[in-house]
Design a protein around this ligand. Structure first.
Ligand SMILES: [Zn+2]
Length: 241
């Protein structure tokens, strides 16, 4: 059975714990497909075909080295043998979620990962700037200095994970989407998209493993704080619509 592997917890990230949880090498040993962010909240991570990419705040994508570090993220060893599905006439991210619903509604209490591909009529992404100085700002403070990019008619991949509602605080309940362009030059956290057709493979995940950060700040965090409203604001927010 394939496994959803996670580095750190979402509330730790929300509270500014952006230090190393695992190296890129350790992350890729546990999975080839996933999303996350790097040490220092440095950009948006896309783990794709066993490589680690970073959508940076300057709008470019770089491939990470094995000795770079991951602060937070999820990966799985993606099972490519499953069938490919198609959803059509996707006008928004909400549309995409609605189109995916019939594939996951039979069990909303487990995890899912999708690997998808399409030509996106519109693709709206954001990426955060690296935080250079400690103490780090919290994610809610940082998100106000993210950069956003809008692309048109761009071929690429969407990697997304679905987490059940009960993981609130540990990860983001519902879907979380990251983009990587087909030519590997653009990418980020998806705020909006549209496409005539999106092809995707879906992996169901009942096996979930978390490795916690090993730093002094983490030991002192109150990880029970209810950050739901702040999390929703950060993960869905566009600074200028
Ligand atoms: Zn994201």
């Amino acid at each position: 059975m394939n496994k959803m592997f996670q580095a750190s917890t979402l509330n730790a990230l929300m509270l500014g714990n952006y230090d190393k949880t695992v190296s890129v090498a350790e992350m890729l040993k546990r999975g080839d497909t996933g999303i996350g962010t790097y040490e220092g909240l440095d950009g948006e991570a896309i783990f794709f075909n066993g490589r680690a990419y970073k959508g940076t705040a300057d709008g470019t994508v770089v491939e990470m080295n094995l000795n770079d570090n991951v602060a937070f993220g999820n990966v799985t060893k993606f099972d490519e043998s499953v069938k490919t599905n198609i959803v059509r006439d996707i006008k928004s991210l909400a549309d995409f979620k609605e189109a995916l619903a019939p594939y996951i509604n039979h069990n909303l209490n487990q995890f899912y990962v999708i690997k998808s591909e399409g030509v996106f009529k519109t693709m709206h992404v954001r990426a955060c700037y690296k935080q250079e100085e400690k103490p780090y700002k919290t994610l809610a403070e940082v998100a106000s200095c993210q950069r956003e990019y809008k692309y048109e008619n761009i071929p690429g991949y969407v990697i997304a994970i679905y987490c059940p509602n009960y993981v609130e605080g540990i990860n983001l309940p519902g879907w979380h989407f990251h983009f990587l362009s087909k030519d590997l030059t653009k990418g980020g956290h998806i705020l909006g998209l549209s496409s005539a057709e999106i092809f995707f493979k879906l992996n169901e995940q009942r096996n979930y493993e978390i490795i916690l950060p090993n730093n002094i700040e983490f030991t002192k965090l109150n990880l029970c704080e209810d950050l739901k409203a702040k999390t929703e604001a950060v993960e869905g927010a566009s600074q200028h619509k």
